[in-house]
Design a protein around this ligand. Structure first.
Ligand code: HEM
Length: 405
């Protein structure tokens, strides 16, 4: 039976016809701007109930102010991260780690994994990241004066970094790109098949690294001990799957939105090209203006929050795209100002689960933009094409055909 999108305890006056999945501007739309479509929620109350606000059609409370989102994300005692999003698509119930763990287990696994994604470690990875960006852009330049940014650059760039993290060669790139595409954009059947394939792949790689250790991430995970015990098969799988889900499409989507913005704003494009030191702060402003993740928590107990009767089991949405356009947090939130100062944005979340890959993500984005701007002359959206942007749990952009002829 389909879940009831509005439970009985939700007062009808707190229900709003708004959803990150189905509202105008959220469905894939040529030249759509789902981030701008979100801004309307700030005219309303600090919290409301949104029916159909998840992929499977469930309702969620929506928190509209950045400061209230921080309150929710900070309070893991009341708001749980345990959802098994990936596993439930397979009819299973294991968490992605550490994303879907609550304290105290969360902290133990987070401490285990954080050295692998620390700023120091990212410095070591950087030359390989730059090399991949350069190789892909050179191929694009050699093949003409136009390309599909997502297909030819952003997706293969970020997936190949995931592969190198796992210690795998690039020749499996196309297979991984196809799995990622089916997982995020396929119909239910394709998504299930992709999810099973990814799980089988992670399980198999873990088995290989147990027998033949290498100097890579998966070897680290299979050899790691938590409270004196090695990780179980399920825990190894939970970590491996998260890395794939968390790292690849998020960065690709960010690069897509950034290049779409620059393609439409030639003056700013030229400014960054001539002053590359401006790229890092500009990338922060673009992360603020075009964040991609809707964070969901599940209430562990009943709580009245800003007048809303949240009950145990209710979903609570802390959408980063809503926090980042909050006028009580940012001056002129809907204006993109690449020189904006004091940019305390929420793109990477907040609190104990704040993105562990943010250092790597930032370097991937900045390096991707640096290499793109230094190798591709003034570019625009190709005439008679229209990029398709969409909402959902992970905002994204497709069909971004750029032209520099
Ligand atoms: C622009 C790119 C990215 C964005 C916008 C992003 C966003 C986020 C957000 C909002 C969270 C918090 C989720 C929550 O609280 O439930 C998160 C968690 C996480 N992200 Fe990222 N992420 C990005 C890139 C990456 C990359 C490249 C990696 C790793 C290679 C990564 C690894 C993780 C991990 C491991 C967590 C879980 C942290 C925990 O639960 O303690 N992310 N990310």
């Amino acid at each position: 039976m389909a879940p009831n999108p509005v439970p009985d305890h939700v007062p009808p006056e707190m229900v709003r016809d708004f959803s990150l999945f189905t509202s105008p501007g959220m469905l894939p739309t040529p030249n759509g701007d789902p981030h701008a479509a979100v801004a309307c929620v700030h005219e309303g109350p600090p919290i409301f109930y949104s029916p159909y606000n998840t992929r499977d059609g469930q309702g969620t409370w929506v928190i509209t102010r950045a400061k209230d989102q921080r309150r929710v994300l900070q309070d893991a005692e009341t708001f749980s991260s345990h959802r098994s999003i990936f596993a439930s698509a397979l009819g299973e119930n294991w968490p992605m780690i550490p994303l879907e763990l609550d304290p105290p287990a969360h902290g133990v696994f987070r401490s285990l994994l954080s050295p692998l994604l620390s700023p120091k470690r990212v410095l070591v990875l950087e030359p390989a990241v730059r090399e991949r960006a350069i190789a892909l852009i050179k191929r694009i330049v050699a093949s003409g004066r136009s390309c599909d940014v997502m297909k030819d650059f952003a997706v293969p760039f970020t997936v190949s970094i995931f592969l190198s993290f796992l210690g795998l060669p690039d020749h499996r790139l196309d297979t991984f790109v196809a799995w990622g595409k089916d997982l995020l954009h396929g119909d239910d059947e394709k998504r299930q098949v992709a999810a099973r394939t990814i799980v089988a792949f992670i399980d198999e790689l873990a088995a290989v690294r147990r027998k033949e250790p290498a100097d890579d991430f998966m070897t680290f995970v299979v050899q790691a001990k938590v409270e004196g015990r090695p990780l179980t098969h399920e825990q190894v799988r939970g970590v491996g799957v998260l890395l794939f889900v968390a790292g690849a499409d998020t960065v690709a989507a960010a690069l897509g939105f950034d290049l779409a913005y620059l393609a439409r704003n030639l003056k700013e494009q030229e400014w960054l090209r001539s002053e590359p030191d401006r790229i890092a702060p500009a990338a922060e402003e673009l992360l603020r203006a075009y964040p991609t993740v809707q964070i969901i928590r599940v209430a562990k107990k009943d709580i009245d929050f800003e007048g809303a009767p949240i009950r145990k089991g209710d979903y609570v949405s802390c959408a980063t795209m809503i926090a980042n356009r909050d006028p009580t947090e940012f001056e002129r939130p809907n204006t993109i100002d690449l020189a904006r100062q004091e940019n305390r944005h929420a793109a990477f979340g907040y609190g104990p689960h704040r993105c562990l890959g943010s250092h790597l993500a930032r370097r991937e984005i900045v390096i991707g933009l640096e290499e793109w701007l230094s190798r591709i002359p003034a570019f625009r959206i190709k005439e008679s094409t229209a990029p398709i942007a969409h909402g959902g749990h992970l905002f994204g952009i497709e069909n971004l055909i750029l032209d520099w002829s």
